[in-house]
Design a protein. Sequence first.
Length: 389
Amino acid sequence: MPGDVMTTSQSLPDPSLAALERSRLLAARLREVIDASGDGVIGFDEFMAMALYEPELGYYANGERIFGRGGDFVTAPEAGSLFADCLAEQCRELLGCDDVIVEYGGGSGRLANDLLDALSAQGAAPSRYLMVEPSAGLADRQRAALSKPATRIEWYADHPPAGCSGVVIANEVLDALPAQRFVVEDRRWREVVIGLDGEIFAWRSRDYDGALLDHAWAADLPEGYLTEAQPGLDAWLQALRARLARGVVLLFDYGYPRHEFLHPARSRGTLQCHYRHHVHDDALRWPGLQDITASVDFTRVAEAAFAAGFEVAGYTSQAQFLLHAGLDALLAAAADETERYRLAQQAKQLLLPGAMGQTFKCMALSVGATPALRGFRHDERHRLEGFLP
C-alpha cells in the first residue's frame, strides 16, 4: 500500500448508490454514538473501529471486494505467489512435526492457499492451519477459496486456542488496529477526537494524560505535529502470548523505528485511507467504504512484546527478509523466460524502496528457544532506538 501516490479525496471515483446508502447508515450510527458520549466527542480509535468493523456496515464486514486489482489495494500475498514461496522457506525451517501455522487476518485466503501449496510441495505442510478472522464475511470467502485435504483448516474469530506451538503470521494486521490520534499543542500531546459540526464529522482535541505517548517527546516536535498509536497493541500481544506455548511470530507491516516514526518530517502523521487504489488522508469521508490504516511504531511493538513475555528475535526490512529467505533462488529456478518475467514483476513490487521493500518491515518474536532465522540474517534490531532487548 505505501508507495502509492497520495491523492486528495476530491479526485476519488464515486461510490455506487448502494454503497453510499450503507455509508449513510453507518454515519448515522456514528452520530448516535457521538451524541450519547456525554461530551460530544469520541476517540478516533472508536470511529476507526466502527468504520472498519461495524457488523454489516463496516469496511471489513459489508461484503464488498477489498483485495487485489478489482478491490482497493494490493497486499504482498495478492501480488502473486512469490511472497508465500519465500515465507514457506522460513516456515519450513521452524515447523516441527506437531506444529501448526496460525494466520491472523487472512484476507482473501490467498496467502494460506499459496503457503500451503509451497509447503506441500516440500513435504513440510502442517497438519493444521488456524485462521484468525474477526470478519464473518471474510471468513466465508476464505472457506470458499481454501480446500486443502492434506491440511485441516480451522477458523477462530478472536485468537487461537491456548497451547499452540509453531509459526504465527500477521501480515498487515497491526496497521489495521484502531488508532488514536495526537497533536502537539504547547509542547504537550493532546488527543485528536471526532465531534460534529451539524451533521458533519469534525476534528476536535482534548487533554491527554495516557501512557501511549511521552509528553517529553512532544517538547522536541513542532507545534501542530500529528501522529498515531494503536492502544490495543499491548492487549493483542498479551493475548497471543497467553496462547502460544512455543514458536515464532512473524509480523509484516509498514512502519518505522521510533526515531523515524516521530521524525519532524512526518508532521502530518501516518494516517492513510485506501479506496479503489487511490490513497488519501480524509479518514472522515464515506465511513465503511474505505480502508483506514496507520503506520506502526516498531520500537513500541518491541517494548510491548517484551513486556508480554516474548523475545524480540529479529527486525529487518521486507526486502532483506525475502532476499535471505530465498527470493533470488526462486527467480533463478523459473521454468522459462515467461515465468521469470512474471516473477521479476512481483519481485519489483516486493523489493523496491518506492514500493514495499523498505517501507514494509518484518519483526520476529519468539517463545521458547530462539532458532536461527534465515530471513533475519540482515538483522536491524539496533535501529529500535530506546528499546532494550
